[in-house]
Write a protein that binds this ligand. Structure first.
Ligand code: ZN
Length: 239
């Protein structure tokens, strides 16, 4: 599946997000989206992101151009699913997760409901449900099924703690909602990539991707174990 991930807001300019308890929405949304990217790519999905780095800005500084550009990128790529990630904020007392869609009775509603259930059950957030918001540009103007996830409230003390300390769990919950598969550990997936890269860099293997894929297919298998142990041995002896 081709999945377009849209970490909400920009690092600077007119479209920065909400903030609370030392957190900035545009940084939280990027971190969660980037972890979700690793999980989805490891499961064989094609992923593009509206922001590739946390400091990226989309558009020319205005909110409208930021939103339009996100829609344009996804539409021109021909994504199968558009996933926008945000944090909510209101009056410090409101808290919980909600997932927004353009209209009911759609494929987007099914995905949104699975993602919503997965976040609520994995993170223990208050269930604010799947809601229709037909006026939101990224839901209205995307040509593919689109969902917008409000992870939790950044200006609520207990929710912001989750947004600060459980970013990997948010990413895993969204992954499980989208794919219906169980998520691997991100540390392990990143480790697999680093190990394969180092073997290729040292000229021990030529097919970096092949080695990486074989290890990924079976993270509990002998190949990954042997590759990890051998590299550890090599590094310890400064070879
Ligand atoms: Zn937002």
């Amino acid at each position: 599946m081709k999945i377009f991930l849209d970490p909400g807001h920009n690092y600077s300019g007119g479209d920065t997000g909400a903030s609370g308890f030392g957190l900035r929405e545009e940084i939280v949304t990027f971190e969660v989206a980037n972890k979700l990217r690793v999980l989805l790519q490891s499961a064989g999905h094609e992923v593009r992101m509206s922001r590739s780095y946390v400091t990226d800005n989309v558009g020319n500084g205005t909110v409208a151009s930021s939103l339009n550009e996100r829609v344009r990128m996804s539409n021109s790529w021909g994504a199968d699913l558009f996933v926008s990630i945000h944090c909510n904020s209101f009056n410090q007392t409101a808290r919980g997760t909600e997932t927004l869609i353009y209209s009911k009775g759609s494929y987007a509603q099914e995905v949104a409901q699975r993602v919503q259930n997965s976040i609520v059950s994995n993170l223990g957030t208050t269930d604010r449900g799947v809601r229709t918001r037909s006026e939101l540009a990224v839901l209205k103007n995307t040509t593919t099924p689109a969902i917008l996830i409000e992870l939790a409230f950044i200006d609520n003390e207990s929710d912001s703690w989750l947004l600060k300390t459980r970013q990997e769990d948010f990413a895993k919950a969204i992954f499980e909602g989208i794919t219906g598969e169980q998520a691997s550990s991100i540390a392990e997936l990143t480790d697999i990539h680093d190990i394969a890269w180092e073997y290729a860099y040292r000229g021990i293997v030529e097919d970096l991707e092949g080695l990486e894929n074989e290890m990924r297919q079976n993270p509990n298998g002998r190949l990954y174990w042997l590759a990890r142990k051998t590299l550890q041995f090599i590094r310890e002896r400064n070879f």
